[in-house]
Ligand binder design. Sequence first.
Ligand code: G1P
Length: 295
Amino acid sequence: MAQQQKIRKAVFPVAGLGTRFLPATKAVPKEMLTVVDKPVIQYVVDEAAEAGIEHFVFVTGRGKGVIEDYFDIQYELEQMLRERNKNAELTLLAGLLPKAGTASFTRQQVPLGLGHAVWCARDIVGNEPFAVLLPDMIMSADKGCLKGMVDLYAQTGGNVLAVQECDPEQAHKYGIVGVGEAVGEGFKITQMVEKPAKGTAPSNLYINGRYILQPEIFKILETQERGAGNEIQLTDGMLALANSQEFAAYPFKGDTFDCGAKDGFILANLAFALQRADIRPAIEGPMKALIASLK
Ligand code: G1P
């Protein structure tokens, strides 16, 4: 089997306005809202690190500066923690800090869509395959979604998208793939449609926000016309790339929470809190009582 080029870099498109989450997102980026005690973006970065990603590329926008601050040291805070011998807190912060020089930030100046946001990372990514992780989607599984994709990519090469089943009634909200022959733990993708009209989706498998892409996508995105929602769509760029390259799908088995929407965000908080040995005992009983008391 051919040795595949390692996936070293991941792109996080964090320029989105978060309009589904107003008023919270008027002054706080949606990626900084907390699930239990960590910002949403930290879960996504952790998933990338688990998959072997070495360089984290954030495509930000106006009002998102706090994301850059979050991935830096906070000198005054850390000095104060040292003076007070708060060693556990210092260790926690140190463990989350990216190594110097491994986080890059660039801005998407105009909100022209996901395809355009990814294109904005082209100079930092350069000529190598890379991952894209949509920061709204956070995942819970024994094996991280991107890690599973990297393992499949070692067999298939080319481009790999993670997919999951959705309610067919909801298919028009997503990018949907067509299912071809099996490869490894996944299958070849025969079709991709961004936000198919009701009743026209080729399957109920939606692209859940994790991608491994070859760098040729950048050239395509440069001239990509606007598509669904009058935005430059990544899915349309991938369709064009599929004329000359293979696309495989990795069916992700875990749970995905859409933290850009209120219901997904609240469910993520409940699910991750219940996984925590230090929190579960205090909330499990009251949660059950709350549900039992529902009228
Ligand atoms: C984007 C992608 C879509 C994917 C979805 C997952 O859509 O374009 O293919 O299924 O993310 O959340 P958006 O949510 O930006 O409309």
